[in-house]
Design a binder for this molecule. Structure first.
Ligand SMILES: Nc1ncnc2c1ncn2[C@@H]1O[C@H](COP(=O)(O)OP(=O)(O)OP(=O)(O)O)[C@@H](O)[C@H]1O
Ligand SMILES: [Mg+2]
Length: 325
């Protein structure tokens, strides 16, 4: 049955959904977006087509690793699963990440949505554990491992020991907060508007120095301008979100059992998630935490890869769950 891709892992992110199929690796990576026709209320596009297509209202039905719009999330999950799981008679077993600060109600809601969407069975792995596994950290060791996941809407910081989360912290700042901050900065300093796609592009293009050009609109005349912007401005926009993440990381370390703090000083922290690519973040964390900080090899895919390890070895998932109980 495994040849039919019966088991799969899904990282349900606010920005992107990634699916890992047993023994095949990551086979789907699409924006977690759905476009609804304003007139009929019907879903007209999913994923990449929804994020980039024109017309209709595009919604992002996932937040904090959980369905925010239950109905749209269910349809989107079903659409994605059917794209990769083509067997007509068998539903897949699914491994998914459970946000570390979720309540029993969140957990039930996630399971309900996924079962209704397509799954025949579901295994939930703590999100931080999946991130750490995907980054290749030795999560079963007694010594502490620290993983910081910076996604679209939030940054989640966890210290793990023996497969268990022993300290946790989160702030509602990720890549989206940086984009919003850049939009506000351009409006304040130049009186011009840029949309989120343009802010996202500027953030990714900003190197260490020099200038970049952004497409901005005059709110009065509606005219478009090519606005030259010093790269320094983009870094300034990222300042406050980065400060909040650094502050929470320091508090999370302070909440750690004392015997683990020395390990962390030696082993350091690993950054995962798209926000890990924010320029200057690793350096600021290194200085503030006084520990080595490195970015995982495939930061955007770490959680999906960690969940994927549990798909390839469902025994591993069971053992990880036993450690927690
Ligand atoms: N090269 C880059 N430089 C800076 N930021 C980036 C880069 N690539 C992606 N990002 C940011 O990473 C974020 C998406 O990261 P990721 O795919 O890990 O989020 P997600 O898993 O979907 O969301 P979440 O974990 O919050 O549910 C976006 O906000 C995006 O702006
Ligand atoms: Mg994520």
């Amino acid at each position: 049955m495994s040849l039919l891709g019966r088991d799969l892992a899904m990282d349900l992110g606010a920005a992107s959904t990634r699916i890992y199929v047993r023994r095949r690796g990551i086979v789907l990576d699409e924006p977690s977006a759905v476009t609804v026709d304003g007139r009929t209320g019907k879903v007209i596009r999913y994923g990449t087509e929804a994020a980039h297509g024109a017309g209709g209202e595009t919604c992002w039905p996932v937040s904090g690793g959980l369905p925010a719009d239950i109905e749209l999330a269910r349809r989107m999950i079903r659409h994605f699963v059917r794209k990769v799981h083509w067997h007509p008679f068998s539903r897949p077993r699914m491994v998914m990440a459970l946000p570390d600060d979720s309540t029993p109600i969140d957990r039930t809601a996630l399971c309900d949505v996924v079962f209704e969407a397509e799954a025949s069975g579901i295994v939930l792995i703590p999100h931080a554990l999946a991130a750490a596994l995907g980054a290749g950290l030795p999560v079963s060791d007694c010594a502490g491992s620290m993983v910081i996941d910076i996604g679209r809407d939030s940054a989640r910081i966890a210290v793990l020991s023996r497969g268990d989360v022993v300290a946790y912290g989160a702030v509602p700042y990720g890549g989206h907060a940086v984009n919003m901050s850049l939009i506000r900065l351009v409006e304040r300093e130049h009186g011009l508007l840029i949309d989120e796609a343009e802010a996202e592009s500027a953030k990714r293009r900003a190197g260490t120095g020099g200038w970049i050009t952004v497409r901005a609109r005059d709110p009065d005349s509606g005219q478009e301008h090519a606005l030259p912007l010093p790269v320094q401005r983009v870094h300034e926009a990222a300042d406050r979100p980065i400060e909040a993440i650094v502050g929470e990381a320091m508090e999370t370390v302070a909440r750690c059992p004392a015997e683990l703090i020395a390990d962390l000083g030696e082993r350091g922290a690993v950054l995962v998630g798209g926000g890990a690519l924010l320029r200057g973040l690793d350096r600021r964390l290194r200085t503030a935490l006084c520990m080595p900080v490195r970015t995982s090899e495939r930061p955007l895919e770490s959680v999906a890869l960690g969940l994927g390890r549990c798909v390839d070895d469902l025994g591993l998932a069971g053992r990880l769950r036993n450690w927690r109980s």
